[in-house]
Ligand binder design. Structure first.
Ligand SMILES: NC(=O)c1ccc[n+]([C@@H]2O[C@H](COP(=O)([O-])OP(=O)(O)OC[C@H]3O[C@@H](n4cnc5c(N)ncnc54)[C@H](O)[C@@H]3O)[C@@H](O)[C@H]2O)c1
Length: 322
């Protein structure tokens, strides 16, 4: 797809890590003027986009591009303690530095619903990208979840660009948006943990042959789909911390969250198993193709042929013989 849009708005990415860089590169590719601010010196995460990196502007002060048509896209990281306490002090600090700015604020960090309510921004857009295809997924997001604050300024033009690109669009409150973000991550974590635990009841993953025996059973039902493949524990920057944070936050309520807490526990055990069985495969996932894949289409076609053409013919032959 060719993007040749020239936007009047200026986009300032605040926090230039995995999410910030993906947003910066995507917005630049979509035709915006993009600058970034980060007090650290984060490494480049998407080397295949070297040329686009070269056209991003690094700001010495976060407000250097401030104007009525500036949008600050805050992608600062949270931290979660072993006990599951979410620390959003860096996010808070970044938002504080924008107090009184003329531009609007879009928050992209992952924040527990209750903590989100204390923060000041116009729109909450949790990010759903996968690190392996982050820039592409940010140009054409699979999920677009927009949580608007009452009294938020008129939305930025990027929303109108993203809406038709997205597979699913949700519009609601920031709190609802936060729940969807955690629901998505926790569902991914649950599936990985369950498949791994179940696979372990079949055998020990001590060599490649044993691993493929176990995988054969799992793949028969799940066709090797993302998050449903036997292998390593879930890891990366998000699933462990988000599962831990949500379980601890909601676990404090009288209703508790025994299944979600167990997912984290199960995965922690899995990390020990990984050390014992280093041949366990590591999987990376991405959002499914927007349309049915060629391979999936062929297998559906083959099923239809067998069901509607081959089988009745066989039945007829059988009837003729009797
Ligand atoms: N990594 C992912 O795949 C992913 C996916 C979806 C959502 N998220 C969420 O997005 C958020 C950011 O994640 P990340 O992986 O990009 O984190 P990261 O640690 O890679 O990047 C965060 C950046 O923010 C910078 N920073 C800290 N304080 C700042 C401040 N006051 N002003 C400006 N910058 C500041 C840090 O120096 C760092 O470079 C997290 O809440 C994470 O859970 C991450």
């Amino acid at each position: 797809m060719v993007y040749s849009l020239s936007m009047r708005e200026k986009m300032v990415i605040v926090g230039f890590g995995w999410v910030g860089q993906a947003n910066a590169l995507a917005l630049k590719t979509l035709g915006y003027d993009v600058a970034y601010y980060d007090p650290g010196a984060p490494p480049r995460h998407y080397e295949e986009h070297t040329e686009v990196y070269g056209s991003l502007v690094k700001l010495a002060n976060v407000r250097d591009w401030d104007s009525e048509s500036t949008w600050y896209v805050v992608c600062v990281g949270d931290r979660v303690s072993e006990e599951g306490e979410q620390d959003i002090s860096n996010i808070q600090k970044a938002l504080d530095s924008l107090k009184g700015a003329k531009g609007g604020v879009i928050l992209r960090s992952t924040v527990i619903p209750d903590l989100l309510e204390k923060l000041k921004f116009d729109y909450y857009l949790p990010e759903f990208l996968h690190e392996k295809k982050a820039v592409e997924e940010c140009i054409e997001p699979y999920l677009l979840v927009i949580g608007s604050r009452p009294g938020a300024r008129t939305e930025p033009s990027i929303f109108a660009l993203w809406r038709p690109q997205a597979r699913k669009v949700f519009e609601g409150t920031p709190r609802e948006a936060s729940f969807i973000k955690y629901f998505s991550n926790l569902w991914n974590a649950l599936r990985i943990a369950f498949v791994n635990e179940f696979g372990d009841t079949v055998g020990r993953p001590s060599n490649k042959e044993e691993i493929s025996k176990i995988s054969k059973l799992i793949d028969f039902l799940f066709d090797g789909r993302g998050y449903q493949r036997y292998g390593r524990a879930f890891g990366g920057h998000c699933l462990p911390k988000d599962t831990r944070a949500f379980a601890a936050w909601y676990g404090k309520s009288v209703r508790g969250v025994s299944l979600i807490a167990a997912v984290y526990e199960s995965n922690a055990k899995r990390q020990n198993t990984e050390r014992e069985y280093p041949l366990l495969p590591e999987w990376f996932s991405e959002w499914p193709e927007r349309h049915i894949s060629g391979w999936h289409a062929l297998s559906e076609l083959w099923y239809a042929v067998k069901k509607h053409i081959a089988r009745p013919t066989l039945l007829l032959k059988k009837r003729d013989r009797s």
